[in-house]
Design a protein around this ligand. Structure first.
Ligand code: C2E
Ligand code: CA
Ligand code: CA
Ligand code: CA
Length: 274
């Protein structure tokens, strides 16, 4: 059979086969990853206009075969297998536990946790969040759940109901990667959102068109009453332009990379400005 295909096709088939093989390997390994303690959370600071840390975002890391696999690679696999529910609960608990430690060092600090849309289909989702808030004595308004615009699609009513149940308790919701989906305006129109995280592609481009877009989002936020966070801030110049646009909450390598839990607690204890 092989000889029948032109070389180029054979090459693509080979690549496809490789990536399929890798997916199968990762999927298999993901079944045991949690039990084998291969996951951990890292925490990236979010600062205000003075470089003061106001929040952290919990980000999942998977240590497999001697290195960290990117969540961009394994989260979609876990969403497909449904395993995201279990790991989502795990990182939420981890994040709440660390937050309760952080609150001893600095009051008012908040914790952002990424939530996959799949987790909303779990009937225990709301109960789980409520239980964690109770168990770790977290002031609910200091727990920020990040969802993407995809929340606007399928099963809207069930999901909105769950979001508003948690919002009634005080939990805050952020729209992550804002501006990259197909429903950026719908999501702020249809939901009572607390924060918008402007996707880093706009920040990356802020010296050009990105600036107009960032400014527009900031202007909308004033009238619709939500806060804006810029993600992926990598340079001093980008931070300066963001401030000129009135965007004061920022996250990115310019301030800090995601930190191991010990380091995150440490910079908080040091009261350091970034
Ligand atoms: P995200 O939620 O948009 O998280 C921000 C990503 O940007 C993180 O990548 C972070 O390390 C990276 N980042 C932060 N500052 C900068 C910067 O200045 N420049 C650049 N180029 N990148 C920056 P990470 O940790 O690899 O996570 C990738 C994505 O995986 C996340 O994007 C999120 O969608 C997903 N993810 C991570 N942890 C979780 C989790 O616990 N649950 C779920 N459902 N998804 C997660
Ligand atoms: Ca996020
Ligand atoms: Ca984000
Ligand atoms: Ca993002």
């Amino acid at each position: 059979q092989k000889g029948k295909y032109p070389e180029r096709v054979a090459f693509y088939n080979h690549e496809l086969e490789e990536s399929l093989r890798r997916k199968i390997t990762l999927n298999e390994a993901l079944r045991y990853a949690l039990d084998r303690n291969e996951f951990r959370a890292v925490y990236q600071p979010i600062v205000d206009g003075n470089g003061e840390i106001v929040s952290f975002e919990a980000l999942l890391r998977w240590h497999f075969q001697g290195r960290d696999i990117s969540p961009a690679e394994f989260i979609p696999l876990m969403e497909q297998s449904g395993r995201i529910v279990q790991i989502g609960n795990w990182i939420m608990e981890e994040a709440c536990r660390i937050l309760s430690e952080m609150l001893k060092l600095k009051s008012g600090i908040s914790m952002c946790v990424n939530i996959s849309i799949i987790q909303f289909y779990d009937k225990e989702f709301v109960d789980n969040v409520n239980n964690l808030i109770d168990r770790y004595a977290i002031p609910p308004h200091l727990l920020h759940l990040e969802v993407t615009e995809s929340i606007i699609h399928s099963e809207q009513h069930t999901i909105y109901h769950k979001v508003s149940q948690l919002q009634k308790r005080g939990v805050k919701f952020s729209v992550d990667d804002f501006g990259t989906g197909y429903s950026s305006l719908s999501v702020i129109h249809n939901m009572n959102i607390d924060f918008i995280k402007i996707d880093r592609s706009f920040i990356n481009n802020i010296e050009n068109k990105g600036r107009t877009i960032v400014q527009a989002v900031k202007d909308i936020s004033e009238s619709l009453d939500f806060d804006v966070i810029a993600e992926g801030v990598e340079t001093e110049k980008q931070a300066a332009i963001l401030k000129q646009c009135g965007v004061h909450f920022m996250q990115g390598y310019y301030f800090s990379r995601p930190l191991e839990q010990g380091a995150a607690l440490h910079i908080l204890a040091a009261g350091q400005q970034l």
